[in-house]
Structures are given as structure tokens and as C-alpha cells.
Design a protein around this ligand. Structure first.
Ligand code: HEM
Length: 119
């Protein structure tokens, strides 16, 4: 009986002082990491000259309304084919908001945004 009681008390002490603090300390840095990544993403900005260096099929950045998008992974998937490369490394705002794009396309670009254009 005493042995069982001692085991239960030891188990509770272990949970309170060792297992729970570890679980808590693991979750805190994870939260910090996510928020700092999100901040970096929002703050990053690129000059026109930097964007201009990414002007090919295998490395394609475009500018849409003062934001910079890395669409390299989308070039081959683009339903409009190579039209997405017309202004690779440059301002594609006019082409992007052309009549060929349904409004749902405007929501797709967020996934490709890498930052702001330096003004
Ligand atoms: C992130 C950037 C872009 C995305 C996500 C995107 C997406 C799409 C999608 C989904 C379509 C199919 C039509 C639709 O569903 O409305 C399309 C068609 C088209 N896109 Fe884009 N597009 C992008 C950039 C551009 C740019 C910069 C141009 C430049 C002119 C362009 C030109 C076209 C053309 C001409 C079509 C029509 C294809 C056809 O119907 O024959 N797109 N695009």
C-alpha cells in the first residue's frame, strides 16, 4: 500500500516539475519563431535593379503595384503560357490586371509575394 502511494506521489512530482515545464518551454520558442518570420517577410524590400536581375524563366520576379513577387515556380503552370514572362524582372501590373484574368486570380498572387518594392 505504502509503495503504491509513494509511486503515485513520485509520478505527480515528476509530471509537475519535469514534464510540464519542458512542454511549456518547447511551445514558447516556436511561437516566437513564427512571428519573427512573418515580420521579416513584411519588412523586406527590393530595389528595381535587384528585381531586374531576376528576369528569366528559371528565375522570374515581377512587380505588381509596388510589391515584388517571385513567380518562378508558377511560370510552367501559368495557363496564359509565356505571357507571364513578358515583363519578367519588371513591372507587370498592367498585364496582370488585364481582361484575361478573372478576379479570383487577384487572390492567388499573395502566395508569391516576397516583399515590397523600394521607392
Ligand atoms: C502571379 C501572377 C499570375 C498568376 C497567378 C496568373 C494566373 C492566371 C490564371 C489562373 C489564368 C487562367 C485564366 C483565369 O482563370 O482567369 C491566367 C491566364 C492568362 N494570364 Fe496570367 N497570371 C499571372 C500573371 C500574368 C501576367 C504578368 C501576365 C502578363 C500579361 C499574364 C497573362 C495571362 C494571359 C494572356 C492569360 C490568358 C490565357 C488564355 O486564356 O489564353 N498573367 N493567368
Amino acid at each position: 500500500m505504502e509503495i503504491i502511494l509513494a509511486t503515485v506521489v513520485l509520478g505527480i512530482l515528476l509530471a509537475v516539475f519535469i514534464v510540464l515545464p519542458r512542454l511549456r518551454s518547447k511551445s514558447v520558442p516556436q511561437k516566437r519563431k513564427v512571428s519573427s518570420n512573418a515580420q521579416n517577410k513584411a519588412v523586406k524590400s527590393y530595389s528595381k535593379a535587384e528585381v531586374a536581375r531576376h528576369n528569366k524563366r528559371t528565375d522570374c520576379w515581377i512587380i505588381i503595384k509596388d510589391k515584388v513577387f517571385d513567380v518562378t515556380s508558377y511560370v510552367e503552370e501559368h495557363p496564359g503560357g509565356d505571357a507571364i514572362l513578358d515583363h519578367a524582372g519588371d513591372d507587370s501590373t498592367e498585364g496582370f490586371y488585364g481582361p484575361q484574368h478573372a478576379t479570383r486570380v487577384f487572390e492567388m498572387i499573395d502566395d508569391f509575394c516576397i516583399g515590397d518594392l523600394e521607392i
